[in-house]
Design a protein around this ligand. Structure first.
Ligand code: SAH
Length: 237
């Protein structure tokens, strides 16, 4: 195990981390796709960060760009593990706080409402496997675990909340399940490292809360990812 690959949606989420490890952009590596490759080395382990990329001057958040980024990363880089790291919404009622870091213990979609039989429902929800070392990592590093639930919107409609509640969702994002889907196809292990920018049950306007806490949550993410990399290095060498 010699290559760790992060898949990250937003520049703000990846930047502290890219600076910390002095990793460099490999220009046009995925052209004409929008995703961007950064590469560096940490004590003999290759560290890749694949960003979703941008369009019209803003980050390509969401499942489509995350799918393209993950597929490209796996096919071109053959990583030993994919880490989907980024910000998410949490739930105060479940103990979440701003900038609290979680490790994912499951991943599913919360906004794919497809009528039909159980097979349709099962496929729509996703529920892809996470890396089987996730729990040990979380215990060793002292992070709580939570189930990641993914949808295409930042806001939360009552029908989203219903599904999130029904399935024990804790961390609401816009990419996790798409990344997990692609990893499941190739049986590449996937680890989720998520930091809370907003509390979905706080009553605050989500985008305002997200923007206010983005910096703090990304700093927490950087600290957590340093610890995650140190841990994985130990496992890999
Ligand atoms: N216009 C904003 C868009 C951010 S979208 C900007 O560029 O600043 C939110 C991003 O953060 C997504 O990548 C998503 O994965 C994550 N996220 C944070 N809080 C979220 C929430 N409550 N629901 C869904 N995604 C959330």
């Amino acid at each position: 195990m010699k290559r760790i690959c992060y898949v990250v949606a937003m520049v703000a989420e990846a930047q502290p981390f890219i600076e910390r490890y002095h990793i460099q952009e490999v220009k046009d590596f995925f052209a004409p796709l929008p995703c961007l490759l950064y590469e560096g080395e940490v004590d003999g382990v290759t560290l890749n960060v694949v960003l979703n990329g941008q369009e019209h001057g803003s980050d390509l958040v969401g499942c489509e760009a995350a799918t393209v980024a993950t597929l490209s990363a796996i096919q071109c880089l053959h990583p030993d593990i994919i880490i989907n790291s980024g910000t998410c919404g949490g739930f105060r009622a479940k103990g979440a706080e701003i900038a609290k870091v979680y490790i994912g213990n499951g991943v599913m979609f919360h906004d794919r409402r497809v009528p039909g039989d159980d097979a349709w429902a099962t496929q729509s929800l996703g529920n892809y496997p996470v890396w089987d070392g996730s729990e040990r990592l979380a215990k060793t590093l002292g992070y709580e675990m939570g189930k990641v639930t993914t949808g295409s919107s930042l806001d939360m409609q009552p029908c989203d909340f219903e599904i999130i509640q029904q399935h024990g969702g804790q961390l609401k994002d816009m990419e996790g399940a798409a990344v997990g889907f692609v990893c499941s196809l190739f049986q590449v292990p996937i680890l989720y490292v998520k930091s809370v920018t907003d509390l979905c049950d706080s009553g605050a306007e989500t985008f305002e809360e997200f923007s206010r806490n983005l910096h703090q949550a990304c700093d927490a993410l950087k600290v957590a990812n340093e610890r995650v990399i140190d841990y994985l290095k130990g496992q890999m060498n």
